[in-house]
Structure formats: structure tokens, C-alpha cells
Ligand binder design. Structure first.
Ligand SMILES: NC(=O)c1ccc[n+]([C@@H]2O[C@H](COP(=O)([O-])OP(=O)(O)OC[C@H]3O[C@@H](n4cnc5c(N)ncnc54)[C@H](OP(=O)(O)O)[C@@H]3O)[C@@H](O)[C@H]2O)c1
Length: 324
């Protein structure tokens, strides 16, 4: 089968379209005929192998060990291991897997859900990592309640576009922070207020928020703290490395010495949350915002575009099969 692989850390140019052996599902795994995948910052972070400690995640200090990128996937179940109980061949599924940028990929059954019939594969593939991150940051880590004032910084990327919509579904009053070209989209996704960060600094407006979700954080942690209400919560999903380090190491200390909670967060892909979000998508309560679509042969270009840092929503890979 065709798959994107890489054998060294580096820029997207190291990604190559190659012929590899079709994978075989192991314990509790299904084999998926991939029809769509989507790109996440995780893909370029692992590809770069920078900072150096990220190489520990890849299990290769000099060279990456798993050389098949791509996590978000949607497709048809081709085969299942005999231990699998939730799916059968022919089922249409979406979720996360290893090596989604390929014609076939294996996924653990717990990280998949049935795709709603009325949702195209591309829209389902856009959802898993970004929407689950938004949902769990708002609901589980942020404990959002109806009527609360929620600010989403970095509201126009993969996570941010889902965060606006999910926060509205959870009853929040939403303020989205993005650049000028994305203001209208943020509004159309349901944001009650939109702040153009090129013109206005939300940390200096005097407005305070019950919950701040940093989908893409580019400010010192103290700026966010200043914009929180007295018992407010800051949840850092992603952004620059210095912001991530501040949230991981300074966050617990700042939470301990004050009434505001400052936390970092790592998403956990579960079938329950995939199904919950799939239902919202099927009911038209949220939409997958897809800015660009690339064929499998152009994954390097897709990853390069996402790494530039200004994607408007999700970047999707469509996988064509020529064997039937
Ligand atoms: N912790 C976790 O479990 C977890 C899970 C998923 C993702 N993440 C992380 O979350 C982050 C966001 O992921 P993503 O998929 O949303 O990435 P993305 O799609 O690449 O985000 C791009 C968006 O970021 C916005 N942005 C860039 N600079 C900004 C700034 N200075 N202020 C406000 N917005 C800015 C851009 O909007 P403008 O063009 O308007 O600037 C663009 O639309 C990444 O760092 C990712 O690694 C973490």
C-alpha cells in the first residue's frame, strides 16, 4: 500500500510517499481503509524532533522509530482482530490511529467511534484531536457552566474553531481572540464577542473572564492571570514552547498561591467523547471548518502549511484508492 513515511527528523521535506506493507491489526485493533485524515500540530512537532526531549516520545534520539505520521482518521473497517467487539468489517468509523497518512492504518477500538451516516469522511477526520481537546479543556479541565464568560485565545485554528462552537453548546458567553481576517468566521461560528488581537489587547481591557482557554497561547502566563476573574480558571492547550513550560511548571505554583487556577492539559481520546462530538456534528450543532484539502501525495505541503501557524480551521488529507 501507499503510505507517507520518514526516516529522519527534519522539515516536512523529509516526508516521502512510499510503498510499505499493509499493517495487520493486533490485540483490540481494527484495520481501517483510510478515506480521509487530518493534520495536527502534533504531526509537525514529532517530525521536527525539537525540542530534543520530544524525541523521547518518538522512541528514537537520533532517528525517529515510528516512521508513519498521521493521527486523525476516518474510513471503513477492512478487518478486525478477533478480540475486537465494537466494530465489524464494513463499518464506517472515525477517531485516532497510528500512521493515518496512508491507504490503510490500524487503530485501537477504544479510540474509534461509528461515523454518523450523514457526515462526509473528511468532516469526520477533521474532528478527533482538535474537537476532543476543545471539549475536554472546556468541560473537564475548565468545568465550564452555563452563563460563564469564556475567552478563547487562538480561536481560528483547528482547536479554536471547535472550542467556540462547543463552548456555545455548553451555554457559555464566548469571546474569541483571532487576527483580522478571521473575525467574521469566529462570529459565524457563534462567538458573542470577537477581539482582533492585532488591534486590541484583551489583557488590558479591564474585562475579566471565568475561564480562559488558550488554544494557541503566545503570551506570558501572567497576562492570562490578569484577565481572569477572582476564581477564574486558565486552561492551556497549546502554543509556543515557552508558554507550555510556563503552564506546566509555573501553573501549579500560581494556582497554589492564589484563588485562580492555572493549568496545562493533555487530551485523552475516548470513544464516548468521539461519539458525543459525532452526534453534535450529525445534528448540525457543530461543524468541521475545513480550510484546505490535499491528496496523500501532498502531505508534506499540508504539514508545511499547518506549521506556518495560520491555518483557518482544519487541513484535511483525502485518500483515493485505485484498487477497485
Ligand atoms: N494539550 C493537548 O492535548 C493538545 C491537543 C491538541 C492540540 N494541542 C496544541 O494546541 C495548539 C493549537 O492546535 P491547533 O490544531 O488549533 O493548531 P493550528 O490549527 O495550527 O492553529 C492555527 C491558529 O492559531 C492562531 N494563532 C497563531 N498565532 C496566534 C496568536 N499570536 N494569537 C492568537 N491566535 C494565534 C492562528 O490564527 P490567526 O491566523 O488568526 O493568528 C491560526 O488560525 C498547538 O500548539 C497544538 O500542539 C494540544
Amino acid at each position: 500500500m501507499k503510505a507517507i513515511t520518514y526516516t529522519e527528523y527534519g522539515p516536512p521535506d523529509v516526508l516521502k510517499l512510499t510503498e510499505v506493507e499493509k499493517p495487520t491489526p493486533k490485540d483490540h485493533e481494527v484495520l481501517i481503509r483510510v478515506l480521509a485524515a487530518s493534520v495536527n500540530p502534533l504531526d509537525w512537532r514529532l517530525l521536527r524532533g525539537r525540542p530534543f526531549f520530544t524525541r523521547l516520545l518518538m522512541g528514537g534520539l537520533r532517528r525517529p522509530k515510528p516512521t508513519r505520521p498521521g493521527v486523525d482518521v476516518a474510513g471503513k473497517v477492512e478487518a478486525v482482530d478477533r478480540s475486537v467487539t465494537a466494530f465489524k468489517p464494513g463499518d464506517e468509523v472515525f477517531g485516532t490511529c497510528r500512521g493515518a497518512f496512508a491507504e490503510y492504518a490500524c487503530a485501537v477500538e477504544e479510540k474509534l467511534a461509528l461515523k454518523p451516516a450523514n457526515i462526509p469522511f473528511e468532516e469526520a477526520a477533521a474532528l478527533p484531536v482538535a474537537a476532543i481537546s476543545a471539549l475536554q479543556a472546556l468541560r473537564d479541565k475548565g468545568g465550564v457552566r452555563p452563563g460563564q464568560k469564556v475567552l478563547i485565545d487562538g480561536a481560528s485554528g483547528g482547536v479554536g474553531t471547535f472550542a467556540i462552537q462547543i463552548a456555545k453548546q455548553l451555554g457559555a458567553e464566548v469571546t474569541a481572540v483571532c487576527s483580522t481576517g478571521n473575525v467574521d468566521r469566529a462570529r459565524s461560528l457563534g462567538a458573542d464577542h470577537v477581539i482582533d488581537y492585532t488591534r486590541e489587547d484583551f489583557t488590558k481591557s479591564g474585562q475579566r473572564y471565568d475561564l480562559i482557554i488558550a488554544a494557541n497561547s503566545h503570551r506570558p502566563i501572567f497576562d492570562y492571570r490578569r484577565a481572569l476573574s477572582r476564581d477564574g480558571t486558565y486552561v492551556m492547550i497549546g502554543g509556543g514552547w515557552s508558554q507550555i513550560f510556563q503552564a506546566v511548571f509555573l501553573g501549579p505554583l500560581l494556582s497554589w498561591i492564589g484563588s485562580r487556577k492555572m493549568t496545562f492539559f493533555v487530551a485523552k481520546i475516548t470513544r464516548t467523547d468521539l461519539a458525543f462530538l459525532g452526534d453534535l456534528l450529525a445534528a448540525g450543532k457543530i461543524v468541521s471548518v475545513i480550510e484546505r484539502r490535499y491528496p496523500l501525495s501532498d502531505v508534506a505541503e499540508a504539514v508545511r502549511y499547518l506549521e506556518d501557524g495560520h491555518a483557518k480551521g482544519k487541513v484535511v488529507i483525502t485518500v483515493e484508492h485505485h484498487d477497485v
